[in-house]
Every structure is written in C-alpha cells, then in structure tokens.
Write a protein that binds this ligand. Structure first.
Ligand SMILES: O=C(O)CCC(=O)C(=O)O
Length: 303
C-alpha cells in the first residue's frame, strides 16, 4: 500500500492506485501536528478518480449555470460570482454554497472521510462555514487571490470564537495543480503570527501576490510553498495561515472544491455538518455570511 504520510507538498508523491481505500491514506494523528507546525498540510489521494470525475461534472453544471445567469446572482446562501470578459464572455469565478441544490457536492461536504479527518481536532459536533467552487481558467490574469488570512472574512468576529484552534479549511483538487497552474501558495509558520495587516482594504479575489505587502508584515515571499497536487488530493489550512494564488499559466483548468469547518461550540453561524459524528444534510438555509438571508432570501441578481 502507498505510504500513509502527509507532506508539506514540495515534492509530489505517487497517486495511490484507485483500488486502495482512500480512507486508509488519511494521516489522522499526524495531520493536526503538521498543521500546528506549518499551518497547512497536504493529504494525498483522499478522493478516487471516479469520485473526482463526478465532482468535475458538478463543476461543469455550475459553470454552465453561471454562464447562463451571466452576472452575479444570489438565492439565499447560494451565490454565483460571474465576471464579464469582453472577449471570452461571462467567466464564472466562484460559487458559494452550491451544495443546496447538488446531491454530489452535498454528499462530499459530509463525507465520512472528512469527519475522520476533522474530528481529532474539532470534536464530534462540527458546523460548516465555507462551501465553495473555484475556477481558474488558463490565461485569465484576474483569476487570482492576493495574500491573505481567512480570519479577515470571519464577521461578525464575536460569532467566531477560538479562531486559532476551532477552524479548518479544506480544499479538494479537481485538476492537477502547482505553481504553473496558479495553485495555492502558503507561508509556512505564518499561522503563529496572529492577525496581520497584509494591506487590508483591497479585495482578495483578483488581487496579485504582492511581495511588498508581505514584507511590510515581516514575511518573505521566497519562503512560500506551493504544493503540487494531483486530482483527489486535499489541502488543509488554518484561519491564520497566510496564503494566496497567482494566475494559471498552464493550459488546463485549475479547479478547487473548498469546505471550511468549525467546532460547533465555537461558532454562532454556519450549517451543521456533523452532529455527534453523524452527517447532517442541508435543510433550511442558516445564517453564514449573507446578512440579509432572512430579509431577502429570494433569487436576485446582485450586480
Ligand atoms: O482558490 C484559490 O486559489 C484560493 C483559495 C483561497 O485563498 C481561499 O479560499 O481562502
């Protein structure tokens, strides 16, 4: 069997054979130690090729829907972010909470493998605060994420407690990705520096990887690590880990499926994901980021 160790991702490890049960590849105990040390970790071959193919088909469905909508659109927590490009037409950048209407994505967000991964750090009662699809088409210079810590998005801050230890972001690679494809880059150890300025005020989506902003906070872009991922690999990181991603300079798409989790007792927001270890399917939308959820739940364009 392929070795069951996680890696900081500088060197890509062999993809496990599809015959191997991916659950056995999770470094349950080592993961949280590695997170504490580096602020991020990479898990190899968590999802099998057929599973990734089904997720890729879900991405295609949502991309087509975003193109049909043609501009930013919201229905409850479901939110399509679409940019008009004069040459290429509507470019779907991301979809937030696609799982409400998509059985494949919904099943993945509460997959038992994720519980196995999360529970040693977050316990048996876990809520979800992020459910997102990200696309980076080749050659699109604006499909980037500037250096940031996810803590900046947690509002109102009082609703999110113990941010150093109660949260875990996860991202499943749908396509192979690394430095050339605009893969996510991390600053190892940056999660221990607390909340940084990093030039707050500019939107993260569409921003470049500004080395000067990092230097002002005493960080060095030279130390960034960009894991090389195969489809089905997963990255995890903490709320304070400085990360970002540049443009996709390769030929194929770069897609990520992100799910962010929190120890339920430490968060007043979010959708239940696991209760006493049991998966919780989505029902009536709960308050997460969209403050007008109960005042304006109906479908509407936001631009
Ligand atoms: O998709 C990416 O490259 C960046 C994801 C990210 O930085 C985030 O969701 O916080």
């Amino acid at each position: 069997m392929t070795s069951a160790k996680s890696s900081l991702g500088k060197v890509s490890s062999p993809t496990p054979s599809p015959a191997e049960p991916p659950l056995d590849l999770l470094p349950h105990d080592g993961l949280w130690g590695e997170l504490a040390q580096a602020g991020f970790a990479v898990l190899r071959g968590v999802f099998s090729p057929p599973e990734v193919a089904r997720l890729a088909a879900a991405f295609d469905r949502h991309y087509a829907e975003g193109q049909r909508l043609g501009r930013d659109f919201r229905h409850g927590n479901l939110h399509y972010r679409v940019r008009q490009d004069a040459v290429r037409g509507p470019q779907v950048r991301m979809v937030q909470w696609p799982s409400y209407g998509d059985a494949e994505l919904a099943a993945t967000r509460i997959d038992p493998r994720l519980f196995t991964l999360l529970s040693p750090g977050l316990g048996g009662d876990i809520k979800q605060i992020i459910n997102q699809l990200h696309w980076k088409p080749p050659g699109d210079a604006e499909a980037t994420f500037g250096w940031h810590q996810d803590i900046r998005f947690r509002r109102p801050r009082a609703a999110y407690r113990n941010p150093e230890t109660a949260y875990l972001q996860t991202a499943i690679a749908i396509d192979a990705q690394g430095p050339d494809e605009g893969g996510v880059s991390f600053l190892p150890g940056s999660h221990r520096l607390g909340e940084l300025d990093l030039d707050l005020g500019t939107p993260v989506l569409g921003a470049g990887l500004d080395e000067a902003a990092l230097r002002r906070d005493g960080l060095d872009a030279e130390r960034a690590v960009t894991p090389r991922l195969r489809p089905g690999d997963m990255m995890v990181w903490s709320l304070f880990t400085v990360h970002g991603s540049g443009p996709n300079r390769a030929e194929g798409l770069r897609r990520l499926y992100l799910n962010g989790y929190v120890r339920a007792a430490d968060c007043d927001r979010g959708e239940w994901a696991f209760r006493s270890g049991r998966p919780c399917p989505l029902r009536e939308p709960q308050l997460v980021h969209y403050e007008d959820l109960h005042r304006r739940p109906e479908p509407h364009f936001t631009e």
